[in-house]
Design a protein around this ligand. Structure first.
Ligand code: DQA
Length: 146
């Protein structure tokens, strides 16, 4: 089965305990399940990975992406400053969809800027967990066109 890597960065392991106004009530497990179910409809398998460590995310991108067709990533706060993660994403040469649960453009000013977004074919934000279903569809459509 073709594979998608679903990656989450800092603090997303405690979803369900974070501010529901921004992130909803879902846990990371729920999000992974929703994403897997959506991907299954298109006959894709989802590999999941979360870390609070930038280097571990990069190591995993390097190790896993040679076996994957695309990436869905919510880098958490790394979004806003990790040029190392941006480079690692670019180096995969895979189509990437960046997802944010919250409305990053309506919060603190620094959240509006994503340094990782230029590596992505699309950024989906502010749709809470539904954004991940959209991300699967965007990614699969893109992969099928190429
Ligand atoms: C987030 C938005 C980031 O600004 C924040 O640091 C997160 C989560 C989101 O999903 O809305 O941890 O990526």
């Amino acid at each position: 089965m073709k594979k998608i890597l679903l990656m989450h960065g800092a603090n997303l392991n405690i979803l369900g305990k974070r501010d529901p106004k921004h992130y909803g009530n879902v846990t990371l497990f729920d999000i992974e399940k929703i994403t897997k179910e959506e991907a299954k409809k298109f006959e894709y398998d989802v590999i999941t990975y979360q870390s609070n460590c930038e280097g571990k995310l990069i190591d995993t991108l390097q190790a896993e992406t040679p076996h994957c067709k695309g990436i869905i990533i919510n880098p958490g706060a790394f979004t806003h400053y990790s040029y190392a993660l941006y480079d690692a994403l670019l180096d995969t040469q895979l189509p990437i969809v960046e997802v944010h649960l919250s409305a990053i453009h309506s919060r603190e000013k620094w959240r509006s800027h994503s340094v990782t977004a230029p590596a992505a074919i699309q950024v989906i934000w502010g749709k809470k967990e539904i954004g991940y279903k959209d991300a699967v569809r965007v990614l699969v459509e893109y992969i099928q066109k190429c």
